[in-house]
Design a protein around this ligand. Structure first.
Ligand SMILES: Nc1ncnc2c1ncn2[C@@H]1O[C@H](COP(=O)(O)OP(=O)(O)OP(=O)(O)O)[C@@H](O)[C@H]1O
Ligand SMILES: [Mg+2]
Length: 703
């Protein structure tokens, strides 16, 4: 079967408005992704003998009139709908059928006879329909396969995918409560004392911390993340306990106890499916689920589908957390033990440089830093003997790193987010995010057992307090993602479709239990699929490549991804020599933000290599060397951070960057301080930001 997929159908429609895009998604069905195959009109001669026999050439004008009449018949449209031809497809088929009939020098004899009879009053116009439908199936061959496609993409009962888990009776214990309430601590106690166990966490750092804790307490535990395996004994004798990132958890191995940490992540548009998979699929008698109360209901609903029991244990925060009534006011008022939270990397460097200029040492943590650098920065900040007592961080501190924070200071409450439609927009952080970050102040057992929370600037404080006051929105649905097996089955029916199109078509034909689940946002996956679309790879390999951890904002990481895929398709191993030349190894110590970012991209590339090396050992053979290079690079980035935050004069780029930061900051301020209408007024020059600020201030001062 041949299916022609429209290359113009872009998966990335980021420029459209949110509403337009939402509507478009709703309306999209398979017909939006496929293009009709071309059927050539029959040239003179093919049916000449029959023509001669029939001896009645159809008159073109009568034929056109007849076809036109056919296309407007209501019952023909209804009949077409019943055969899977919606309005768009009907139009495409009609236009192709009409061209075929009119432009063919001679028609197949049966069609010719029927048309001729109708024209001569010996037949009914509806008699054309069987020929029309035959034509439809020729130009859209998938129409005949819709039943199978719908069956494969029927994902209404994901609980049935996990045969091993369904074969046992599982007990779910939900440890619900705010941050720092001892939920993970309690669950870990059961894990450590069980015969066997699996810990599933959201981040490498968290899995790694459990791995260390477990082994330190004398319980052998292995570590399994996408990019790393560590064994308490050795590769050939796996331990009974394993700490892993949630995506890497096994649904086949059997365990006595499992922990699924940070269960509220089940609502995450991109990664939520991994928590759903763990919750439905872990083969463990006792599963400890830790996280926000907001997930209790969805977990209970999901366990109705599996028939497992759920017990809920609620926890209170172990230490006091005070929401201050005053903002800090300025960076000069920042004190030891403060952690300033920003949502953009540029703000991190801007703020940390100002603090360093005023003589205070600063530790910096953001998501793109290698784990070793994050830990080293946290250790400096936590160490009572170290003069570095201020941290500037993104919300990356919300999970995974142990920090001795006295006071959380939000520098802003607006964060760029990717919504469920895959659009990037600025939004005030959710109550759940605000509580998660705020809760990092005053960690139980740390130097500051009581915590405080406030904002840097006055105007943000009411927004913060208002956000923290709101109840956390209950999680209604859990993420779900098609499996590679489903996509592979799909491709048997649509062999010409690209992976990206297969995903789109899957989404459009799928049925889902929408009371409990939503389909994950696949934009990142499709972005990567598009990058390597032209490279010849087996579907499964292509799928695996697109699951690799790649920062799609980094051009260097994306080009490395493409090059890895190209070498793979030629069966050429990605040797250490090739890799070193590709990344220009050895790397130099960075002095500017862009140099630092380049090293972060190189680190990502090495991560990608390691990730692939666990799946394709032969073609990515040098994981040990790459890991050593990563350690060296981690050290270099650690030193680079100091250079960049200290605003050294070694590079002129530094001062340019500060200028750049200022521009970004003023733009950011515009976004953050004013609503959309106000921003529009400012951009049109109707008011200045200062005038608007004054207007906005007035009612507040009155009240
Ligand atoms: N009963 C306890 N005895 C000793 N230390 C404890 C106890 N409960 C919790 N802790 C310690 O308090 C800190 C916070 O506990 P834990 O990490 O379990 O909280 P949590 O509720 O899981 O928080 P988060 O939401 O941030 O993950 C940890 O360092 C933990 O070791
Ligand atoms: Mg926890």
């Amino acid at each position: 079967m041949i299916l022609n997929i429209d290359p113009k159908v872009k998966t990335n429609i980021r420029h459209k408005s949110k509403k337009a895009r939402a509507n478009e998604r709703k309306e999209k069905d398979i017909s939006s992704f496929v293009r009709p195959l071309k059927i050539k009109p029959i040239s003179k001669g093919e049916f000449e003998d029959f023509d001669a026999e029939i001896n009645s050439k159809l008159q073109k004008d009568k034929l056109i009139k007849l076809l036109n009449q056919f296309s407007h018949r209501r019952n023909i449209k209804i009949l077409s709908q019943e055969h899977g031809l919606n309005e768009k497809l009907f139009h495409d088929v009609y236009s192709s059928f009409r061209t075929f009939c009119v432009k063919s020098a001679s028609l197949p004899v049966d069609l010719h006879v029927v048309l001729s009879d109708i024209i001569h009053g010996a037949g009914h116009v509806d008699d054309i329909f069987p020929f029309f439908l035959h034509h439809a199936k020729e130009i859209f061959p998938y129409i005949d396969r819709m039943e199978e496609l719908r069956k494969i993409s029927d994902i209404r009962t994901p609980a049935d995918w996990y045969v091993d888990a369904r074969a046992i009776q599982r007990k779910i214990i939900f440890h619900a409560g705010p941050t720092n309430s001892g939920k993970t601590h309690q669950a870990l106690h059961q894990f450590l004392t069980a015969e066997s166990g699996v810990y599933c966490g959201p981040l490498r750092l968290l899995a790694s911390e459990i791995f260390k804790k477990c082994n330190f307490q004398g319980v052998d535990c292995d570590l399994v993340t996408g990019e790393e395996r560590k064994y308490a004994k050795d590769e050939n004798s796996p331990s009974e306990h394993v700490a892993c990132t949630v995506e890497m958890s096994s649904t086949v191995n059997s365990y006595k106890v499992a922990i699924i940490d940070e269960i509220q992540m089940i609502r995450d548009p991109q990664r939520g499916w991994a928590w759903t998979r763990a919750l439905l699929g872990l083969n463990a008698e006792e599963i400890h689920v830790c996280g926000e109360k907001s997930a209790i209901n969805i977990v209970q609903e999901m366990m109705k589908l599996t028939g497992d029991t759920v017990e809920v244990k609620e926890y209170e925060r172990l230490t006091k957390l005070t929401y201050l009534k005053k903002a800090v006011g300025s960076l000069y008022q920042i004190q030891p033990g403060d952690c300033i939270v920003c949502f953009r990397k540029n703000d991190i460097f801007n703020i940390s440089r100002k603090l360093e200029m005023s003589g205070r040492e600063v530790a910096v943590v953001y998501g793109a830093l290698p784990p070793g650098t994050k830990i080293a920065q946290a250790e400096r900040f936590n160490d009572p003997e170290d003069p570095c007592k201020i941290m500037v961080a993104t919300d990356a501190i919300g999970m995974g790193i142990n920090l001795s924070i006295k006071r959380i200071v939000f520098s802003s409450l607006v964060k760029p987010v990717v919504n469920e439609q895959g659009d990037k927009e600025l939004d005030v952080i959710s109550t759940s995010q605000a509580l998660q970050i705020a809760g990092r102040a005053g960690r139980y057992g740390s130097a500051y057992s009581d915590g405080e929370v406030t904002t840097l600037y006055d105007q943000d404080l009411p927004i913060l307090l208002n956000t923290l006051k709101k109840p956390i929105e209950e999680i209604k649905k859990a993420g779900l993602q098609p499996t590679i097996d489903q996509i592979e089955m799909f491709s048997h029916y649509l062999p010409q479709a690209t992976l990206c199109n297969l995903m789109d078509i899957f989404v459009s034909t799928s049925s889902i239990d929408s009371d409990n689940f939503f389909l994950s946002n696949m934009e990142d996956f499709k972005f990567l699929a598009n990058i390597i679309e032209h490279i010849p790879l087996e579907l499964r390999t292509r799928y695996v490549f697109c699951c690799a951890p790649i920062n799609k904002r980094s051009n260097f990481a994306c080009s490395s991804f493409l090059k890895f895929a190209r070498r793979f398709s030629r069966n050429e191993p990605v040797s250490i020599e090739w890799l070193c030349s590709h990344i220009d190894w050895p790397c130099k110590l960075p002095y500017t933000i862009s140099e630092l970012e380049q090293l972060e991209s190189v680190y990502d590339t090495l991560d990608m290599y390691l990730w692939l090396s666990y799946r394709y050992t032969d073609l990515f053979p040098d994981k040990n060397e790459v890991r050593e290079m990563q350690m060296e690079l981690d050290q270099l980035i650690r030193e680079g951070i100091q250079n960049v935050t200290k605003l050294s004069n070694k590079s002129t780029e530094v001062s340019e960057e500060v200028q750049e930061d200022k521009t970004v900051k003023s733009e950011r301020n515009l976004d953050e301080r004013f609503g959309k209408l106000s921003q529009e007024l400012i951009r049109k020059g109707i008011v200045t930001p200062e005038q608007l600020e004054n207007i906005l201030k007035e009612p507040k001062e009155d009240s």
